[in-house]
Design a protein around this ligand. Structure first.
Ligand code: SAH
Length: 343
């Protein structure tokens, strides 16, 4: 196993079979090498992003997601510009220099103008901050306009790089092809792009995970968001199992070795399946955490999956907890935009 891990660290790619072995291995050396690769690029610094979940309206019906339009039990909300600016003000005071605006695919924002107003208002007040958008699939022209209005980064998980698997997770009008096109468009426009997938999504095989790794190799994104799948009671996948902790951590370590400069968050979903999940993610090679800056009264309405953590904790408290937890394992949260170092 060690020889394979060394080979991955040196060559940044492996054969399909070797990837499969590493994904399921239990050798601590994988995480050791991943940490070493991360320390060489980013030291012991951890970047924080303030997550603002600004709308839970969604026109899509993804089978895994609690915000899917068929889920009529969710009270829908959309933050006002003022509310979003309040989140940013609080976040800025707490040392956040990246704001991640995430939402469902809300028809209210189909036309770009409202999003452009938000981007411009935030950039005007906080020119030293980066803005990440995560609002799903849009046209090239729309991505271009949002980029020009100040968006720096874009998160759009590809979810799975296997077209047949993709079609078992989404209704027929959503296709892997269109998702990939969006990712290409975003890259071409100049965004720092993030793709990603859920570990343990229903129907996922090790081969699918290898396809994900190979897709990421080819796309060469600045960020990759991965976390375990966690079932939501009001979705068709209510009865499915959650993704595995070890497999998720191994995937993080492998990605770190494939691209040492990658921005790799220890996700909220990881922190949800294990109490120390985010610390374990950092120790496996992740270098980003994304605490929630959304208003307290909307948190429980943005449930992608059940059991999501931090829905009762205010941002200041979350920031303190994360600082302390990361300090305890030898890492330091920094006040910085935290751009991908090789851009
Ligand atoms: N509408 C935006 C944001 C989607 S939510 C977009 O389309 O990009 C962000 C991510 O949460 C999704 O890409 C998905 O990978 C993840 N997610 C959704 N439901 C989940 C679940 N049940 N368990 C774990 N992760 C989930």
């Amino acid at each position: 196993m060690r020889a394979l891990i060394d080979r991955l660290a040196e060559q940044r790619i492996l054969t399909r079979d070797a990837f499969k072995l590493l994904l399921t291995c239990e050798d601590a050396y994988l995480q050791e090498r991943a940490r070493e690769a991360r320390h060489q690029v980013y030291g012991k610094q951890v970047f924080i992003r303030g997550l603002i979940e600004f709308t839970n309206y969604c026109k899509h019906d993804c089978y895994y997601c609690g915000l899917r339009c068929s889920n009529t039990t969710v009270p829908r909300y959309r933050l006002s510009l003022e509310q979003m600016l309040d989140c940013c003000r609080l976040g800025y005071d707490l040392g956040f220099r990246t704001f991640v605006l995430q939402g469902g695919e809300d028809a209210y924002y189909a036309d770009d103008d409202a999003l452009i107003d938000i981007l411009q208002a935030i950039k005007e007040r906080y020119p030293d901050c980066a803005i990440t958008l995560s609002v799903g699939e849009r046209s090239y022209e729309s991505y271009q306009r949002l980029f020009e209005a100040g968006a720096d980064r874009y998160l759009l998980r590809h979810e799975t790089a296997d077209a047949a698997h993709y079609s078992t997770l989404h209704p027929a009008q959503m296709t892997l092809e269109s998702r990939k096109q969006c990712l290409q468009d975003l890259k071409q426009i100049g965004y720092q792009v993030g793709c990603g997938f859920m570990v343990g999504a229903p129907g996922q095989t090790l081969d699918h995970l290898v396809d994900d790794l190979l897709f990421i190799k080819e796309l060469d994104p600045a960020m990759v968001g991965i976390g375990p799948f966690i079932p939501h009671a009001d979705t068709p996948f209510a009865g499915e199992k959650a993704g595995d902790l070890r497999l998720t951590l191994n995937a993080l370590s492998i990605l770190r070795l494939m691209k040492p400069s990658l921005l790799l968050p220890a996700t909220t979903a990881l922190g949800t399946i294990a109490p120390d999940g985010r610390e374990l993610g950092i120790l496996a090679g992740a270098n980003v955490v994304m605490p929630n800056l959304s208003p307290m009264d909307t948190r429980k309405k943005y449930l992608l999956y059940n059991g999501k953590i931090s829905t009762d904790d205010d941002p200041r408290y979350c920031r303190d907890v994360i600082d302390r937890k990361l300090q305890a394992i030898g890492y330091e949260v920094v006040t910085a935009r935290g751009d991908c170092i090789d851009l």
